[in-house]
Write a protein of this length. Sequence first.
Length: 278
Amino acid sequence: MCLIIHSKNPLKISLDDMEESYKSNRDGFGLMYIKDHQIITEKILPKNFDDCLTLFNKHKNNCKEIGLHWRFKTVGNINLDNCHPHKVLKNQVYLMHNGPSLPIPILEQGKSDTNQFIKYYFRNLVIKNSLVLQNKSFIKSINDFIGSDRLLLLDSKSEKFTIFNSQNGYFENDCWYSNSYFKKKTDLFNFGKIKKTPIPKTDEYYCDCDNVCYKNDNPCQCYIEDYRLNNDIFDNINIYDLAEMDREEIDKIVKDKIELDDNESLTDCIYSLVNQTI
């Protein structure tokens, strides 16, 4: 489902993370940043990880902040046109997307959902004033529209990156990652276990979002996701787990399983559900 890394220090990006990102998302690689008040972009169809690393090394010393994108094809052909970053306004605004599918119809065969989202929706919103990207109300409305998907925007007027739905990714070592699915499965469990404690020992519980994540039995999303990781729901999802989830939670688990290529546990769960129903 692709991966975006936004880094405020390109030299601190983990090469291991970059290599794992490529292994899971081989259908395109691109980057974007500001240099001398202009947006610089480049994208390729890599044949191997070395191609990605060569491109990154070519640019990493030219900027203090950078956006990287690895593509996993879900909608549209595998070609440079469908790779990220995508042009929203020439020389002004560029965009990277990560998510299952943006809520937009595909009107042109072979085009990606990101391409169609920009062409038939998003470009019209920013064409008169790209500074609207810094408007909190605008950001919230786009967050609501795209659901669980994530966007990284770069605007040459403000010379700033803007993350839409940043809470659906995570921050680590001066970087924002749009998801953690690229990590090795063992790393994915460690990612949740090292950083947080699954069950709060007091009425209040803090985690990486720097907010109160568990208070008066009202957990935030990062606490819920951490609880699942630490209770092996990613590995051992079953009918009893599903029975306690609402539709949105089940939808997220299904997407997680698909992206982890873990079809077996989903099959077992559905089989159990069907047999119990019958």
